[in-house]
Design a protein around this ligand. Sequence first.
Ligand SMILES: [Zn+2]
Length: 235
Amino acid sequence: MKIEDLTWGMVESLIKKEKRAVLPLGSVEQHGKLSLGTDMILARKVALEAAEPLGVPVYPVLAYGVAPYFAAYPGTVSLKMGTYLKVVEDILESLYQSGHRKILIVNGHGGNAFAGGLAQEWLGTHEDARVRLHNWWAAPRTWERVQAAEKGSSHASWMENFPWTEVDGVAYETQKSKPPLDLEILRQKGPRAVRAFVGDGNFGGTEKRDAALMEEIWDIAVKETRDILENGWAD
Ligand SMILES: [Zn+2]
């Protein structure tokens, strides 16, 4: 359930029997021919669908993430790493004060994954809490299915092209696959050089695959996330 559909009183009673909560992390950044909001849309949706049958509250997605390397692509927003850690820490602190003790962070963007280190540090002063950071697209079952369908698929390719991340009026290539970029070379470059190197924004793979495959992958991702929410906690 969405936190914005509840009152504070409902959360107060819910927390007496339900200690879990979900915090989705997104990014607003270039995604080739897909929506600039791809990572925030997917993290929010996978979190909501995973949590729905369990009755676990889902906080609004932290839309902005850390993506300095895409600064030369218009529409991209990036928080500095230090800013991001402070924001995530303040959110964790607020969730803790509300009474949540099992916090699943559903992350949709590789550049935010370093927040997992912060969570471990934060546990040092909140020993009765549990925090788990879940990179939903890179989780074993989801990643295995994606790579089995098309090896080398990456950022802004078909693997992120769902009906909810496509942009109206854009035509997507379904036949030709872009060869994967060398990410170790990419990581050495500043934003303008990254844009020159990456071009359209896709890191590798076809732009669009068939609807049945996308439904299958989405279903795996939702179930995998739900499984962690149900069974993925330390004592
Ligand atoms: Zn993405």
